[in-house]
Design a protein around this ligand. Structure first.
Ligand SMILES: Cc1cc2nc3c(=O)[nH]c(=O)nc-3n(C[C@H](O)[C@H](O)[C@H](O)COP(=O)(O)OP(=O)(O)OC[C@H]3O[C@@H](n4cnc5c(N)ncnc54)[C@H](O)[C@@H]3O)c2cc1C
Length: 487
């Protein structure tokens, strides 16, 4: 089928703009539907034929499998999902408040939540461990500017929810199983042949992870079915569409001969779990010279007693028992590694200082910014902390904004019939961080883009197509999309 036809089919069902080459998951679904012949059911011959063979069952590959099987347009397609690792256990979905949270989380937007609901995975996620956040505050240490969003402004209860990645993954896997997705035993992609002419199906070969083990058993004569045992560990399927969902270092992409371009940020994201003196429902993000630091509320109660806290003064006020938060701190590679090695007490103290502009993280141009005095000022003045501790430059900037830009924008808004803008939202101090616990990890940040997102009988999705500097995106399902495949 010609690319133009696939594009046309895909754009009618995709939420992406028509001009975009990134077609969204429903675009892939449409491409797959178009590529399936009327007699497209799986054959029982060897090697078997599947309509869609997805290589890589991470969150993106599994989400795609779910949407293919749950969308009326494509639900008749046979979908195979192969991953070299076993899927996460459903036990992650048991409501178990005492389980310590995993450090890898995602902040899901309402769109992502709707997506999970549509494929039947959301109820399990929300019953297990989803923590809604109602407000978001983003600011930086280089100016007095800040933005603050409140779900009520748009008539919603929450701006999104923070959930551990493994919980989302387990719920998607469970939904995929229910939807009839075919899961071979854990196996790695071994070879890929996309076929020469339009009538030829793609041929994909997988190697079971245990093959080496079986070979050893065979060589040692202790079972494994002799030479056949090793051969059985390789399986071949033919597919109308192969989807590369095997992550940033995609082997599928390499075997298809596609190149990637990109760059490293020379930054890592250090992630971990901290306890705050009071429970909160805000996603906080402060931009520091080396990168942003985010504090996201997650499911779980803290003791709020300041035990292990890095700052005695900050530890008080734990009357509500406190709460747990996830930290995602983007900084230099060395600094991220250092943060991961700190004791719980020191990590908590450093997160606390960096969020509240204390010690070495104090704002040079605005010393009072972030202090309790600033917060008190902010309470007393709708202009928030904009009026405290400013440098001459800040003052000049504010006076220009006040004297020129605000009146001009008000006039412009009035001119188009829009009521005067509401007062600037008040800056709030993040809660005191009083402790830390659990594992920490540091993840290198890079951007990598595949030279093409599709070839005949091949589509790339997720990080295999487009690895972005993810921390600011806040939705894994924005990146399920991508692709059209000339099938
Ligand atoms: C600290 C951190 C925070 C992040 N926060 C967010 C966030 O809030 N929002 C957001 O949108 N994104 C976030 N991201 C990015 C997000 O996690 C990734 O974009 C997403 O996980 C990519 O999913 P994927 O399924 O494409 O790839 P992966 O999750 O990498 O999955 C690839 C799968 O393919 C399998 N595989 C690999 N090779 C083979 C092979 N040869 N054969 C068979 N199987 C194979 C792997 O076992 C794996 O299961 C964050 C990333 C980091 C590091």
């Amino acid at each position: 089928m010609r690319l133009a036809r696939v594009l046309a089919a895909a754009t009618t069902t995709s939420s992406s703009s028509g001009a975009s080459p990134f077609l969204g998951v429903r675009g892939v679904a449409a491409a797959a539907a178009s590529s399936a012949s009327s007699s497209s059911s799986t054959t029982t011959t060897t090697p078997p034929v599947v309509d869609v063979c997805i290589v890589g069952g991470g969150v993106v590959g599994t989400a795609l499998a779910c949407v293919l099987r749950s969308t009326p347009l494509t639900s008749h397609l046979s979908v195979m999902l192969a991953d070299r690792a076993p899927p996460p256990s459903s036990a992650w979905l048991d409501a178990n408040p005492s389980r310590h949270p995993e450090p890898r989380v995602s902040a899901l937007t309402p769109l992502s939540i709707r997506f999970l609901r549509d494929v039947g995975a959301w109820d399990r996620v929300s019953n297990a461990r989803a923590r809604p956040f109602k407000t978001m505050q983003v600011w930086d240490d280089a100016s007095n500017g800040h933005v603050r969003y409140d779900a009520r402004e748009v008539g919603e209860d929450a701006l999104g929810a923070v959930v551990e990645n493994v919980v989302i993954h387990a719920a998607l896997h469970e939904a995929a199983t229910r939807l009839g997705v075919i899961f071979p035993p854990p196996s790695s992609l071994a070879s890929l042949d996309l076929g020469g002419d339009p009538g030829t199906l793609a041929s994909v070969e997988f190697e079971e992870e245990e093959e080496e083990e079986k070979k050893e058993e065979t060589e040692n004569g202790d079972g494994g079915g002799g030479a056949d045992g090793a051969r059985e560990a390789r399986r071949r399927v033919r597919a109308r569409l192969v989807v590369a969902a095997d992550g940033a270092s995609s082997r599928t992409r390499t075997l298809a001969g596609l190149t990637v371009a990109g760059w490293s940020y020379h930054r890592k994201a250090a992630v971990g779990t901290v306890r705050t003196a009071i429970a909160h429902d805000t996603a906080w993000q402060r931009f520091l010279p080396n990168g942003p630091l985010a504090l996201l509320p997650i499911v779980g109660e803290g003791t709020g007693d300041g035990e292990g806290g890095g700052d005695e003064g900050a530890a008080g006020g734990g009357g509500d028992g406190g709460g747990l938060s996830n930290v995602v701190w983007t900084t230099t590679n060395e600094d991220a590694d250092r943060l991961c090695k700190l004791s719980d007490e020191d990590f908590a103290a450093e997160v606390h200082a960096a969020l509240r502009a204390e010690g070495k993280y104090a704002v040079k141009t605005s010393p009072a910014w972030g202090s309790d005095a600033a917060a008190a000022d902010a309470d007393a003045d709708d202009g928030g902390a904009e009026n405290v501790g400013r440098s001459d430059f800040d003052r000049l900037q504010t006076s220009l904004v006040d004297s020129l830009l605000r009146p001009a924008s008000k006039l412009a808004l009035r001119g188009v019939g829009v009521a005067a803008a509401s007062p600037a939202p008040v800056f709030e101090l993040p809660p005191a961080v009083v402790g830390a616990s659990g594992a920490r990890g540091a993840f290198p940040l890079a951007t990598r883009l595949a030279g093409r997102y599709s070839l005949r009988r091949l589509a790339l999705v997720g990080d295999a197509a487009h690895q972005a500097r993810s921390i600011s995106h806040w939705s894994p399902y924005d990146r399920v999309g991508v692709v059209n495949a000339d099938t």
